[in-house]
Design a protein around this ligand. Structure first.
Ligand code: A2R
Length: 317
């Protein structure tokens, strides 16, 4: 089976590629941009087939889909960082929504029938009321960032293409996920990197942080990619599923867990540049719909996830 991963050089894409390579009869294809960093896929580069393509370029997307004719597409490529979306809202909306549109149009024009996974986000829920927690898929979407809006756009575009043209699309809304290779702009990874730098005496013993009071529901990325695979194997077309653990932590608790594993005792300092104009205070998901359908549940304990993340940075800094 030919499986195409967009965003294969990214955090989730690289883990998904590794997971798919453990399966029989799966050929892994990926698209990257000519300037994409390949660090995350260096260990598997010989086993996957890569092509250059920028998703914003419709003709290039069409050409790649025509050549590969994938039977499964995991669409992970995106401007994935909430904070950057405040600085580059147009770029975020274009990459995320128009990029997906180009993919759908290519599939439609070519008359292909792949199963397509669309990676949405808990940021689509945005401003959730306390009484709505844990959040179900039926919750109103009230995004609080350009990134959140872009993911709502992707989600609804996928719904519309399923309804209008019968495209075999399955949508997921993943809550926070982390683990080795998480981009350093994301809080968990950023804390771990700073601790690793402080341990090597390459940073003064101060961890700079953003809002530590917000609460997030975390899952290990290696559990998340298994869920994505199951979403296309067992999920119903057109449907949407939360992918989450159902347990939340304040960012302060996450930092404390990492500090318990550290060989140093740094100070904590708030950095105004890490604060968002409007922040989602609490995101806690309900994964019942997906769990009942597929039997999936997160298996890796959060402490192990954080330990592996810290060790990842210890090796790299
Ligand atoms: O920026 P690059 O060249 O390193 O590649 C990134 C890719 N990407 C694109 N690929 C093709 N055309 C584009 N215009 C384009 N823009 C970005 O998406 C990279 O390979 C990937 C994003 O990787 P990460 O930032 O590490 O995101 P992550 O955490 O793997 O998120 C995967 C999905 C995204 O849809 C998120 O919004 C969602 O999960 O949470």
């Amino acid at each position: 089976m030919k499986v195409l991963i967009t965003g294969i050089t990214g955090f989730v894409g690289s883990h998904l590629a590794e997971y798919l390579l453990t399966k029989k009869n799966v050929e892994v294809y990926g698209i990257e941009r000519w300037r994409s960093k390949e660090d995350n896929i260096l260990n598997i580069k010989e086993k996957i087939r890569l092509s250059y393509c920028d998703l914003r370029d419709a003709s290039s997307v069409h050409e790649i889909i025509r050549k590969i004719k994938p039977e499964r597409i995991f669409h992970l490529a995106a401007q994935s960082f909430v904070l950057s979306s405040w600085m580059a809202p147009a770029e975020t909306l274009t990459t995320n929504i128009i990029g997906e549109l180009n993919l759908f149009e290519a599939v439609r024009e070519l008359g292909l029938h792949p199963r397509i996974h669309i990676a949405g986000s808990s940021e689509e829920y945005g401003s959730v009321l306390e009484k709505e927690l844990p959040v179900k898929e039926t919750n109103p979407l009230r995004p609080l960032s350009p990134y959140g809006v872009s993911k709502v756009g992707q989600d609804l575009l996928a719904y519309q293409y399923h309804q209008s043209y019968g495209l075999y699309v399955v949508r997921t809304r993943a809550f926070n996920h982390t683990g080795p290779r998480r981009g350093e702009v994301f809080a968990t990874s950023n804390f771990a990197k700073q601790i690793a730098l402080i341990e090597k005496r390459r940073q003064e013993p101060v961890v700079k942080v953003g809002n530590l009071t917000s609460r997030r529901d975390f899952t290990d990325v290696r559990d998340v990619v298994k869920a994505y695979w199951l979403a296309l194997e067992k999920g119903e077309k057109g449907e949407v599923y939360n992918i989450c653990s159902g347990k939340d932590y304040t960012m302060r608790q996450v930092l404390n867990l990492l500090l318990q594993m550290a060989k140093v005792k740094p100070k904590i300092k708030q950095d105004p540049r890490r604060m968002r104009p409007s922040d989602v205070m609490r995101l806690l998901g309900d994964n019942t719909k997906f769990r009942k359908l597929t039997g999936w549940k997160p298996e890796i304990p959060f402490r192990k996830t954080l330990k592996d993340l810290l060790n990842y940075w210890r090796e790299r800094v």
